[in-house]
Design a protein around this ligand. Structure first.
Ligand SMILES: Cc1cc2nc3c(=O)[nH]c(=O)nc-3n(C[C@H](O)[C@H](O)[C@H](O)COP(=O)(O)OP(=O)(O)OC[C@H]3O[C@@H](n4cnc5c(N)ncnc54)[C@H](O)[C@@H]3O)c2cc1C
Length: 95
């Protein structure tokens, strides 16, 4: 493998950086992740992370984390309203 006997630096501990680090670790690559944010309070973070079947969930599966993901994830629905908050569309447990 091209990364054999090499050290790999992943810059950024976002979802992509952590996923690629995990995938590299599974191939016994020596990988370190560097993150500039001091902690989770360094900046405003988003609410939910959409991980869809076939893309984000597929990456979790390859990383061996899909079961953990299903245990920890909170399936959320989608509600679309008009400007007076009348519900136009609802879908529960969107995935
Ligand atoms: C306001 C907002 C709301 C969002 N809401 C949603 C949502 O509801 N659902 C959803 O699925 N997605 C949402 N997203 C998108 C989601 O955040 C991104 O798709 C996802 O975070 C991308 O992951 P990433 O690992 O590529 O990058 P990031 O999550 O941006 O991670 C990159 C990391 O690299 C670090 N970094 C950058 N430069 C350096 C450096 N030089 N040295 C060290 N570390 C560095 C950063 O601090 C950061 O932690 C939202 C995005 C924004 C901005």
């Amino acid at each position: 493998m091209i990364l054999h006997n090499k050290k790999v630096a992943v810059i950024g501990a976002g979802p992509v950086g952590l996923t690629i680090a995990r995938l590299l670790q599974q191939q016994n690559v020596n990988v370190s992740v560097y993150e500039r944010d001091k902690d989770q309070y360094a900046r405003i973070f988003g609410g939910t992370l959409d991980l869809h079947k076939g893309t984000g969930q597929e990456a979790m599966k390859k990383a061996g984390l899909l079961d953990t993901y299903y245990k920890m994830a909170i399936p959320m629905g989608v509600t679309i309203t008009d400007h007076q908050l009348n519900t136009l569309f609802t879908k529960k447990n969107h995935s």
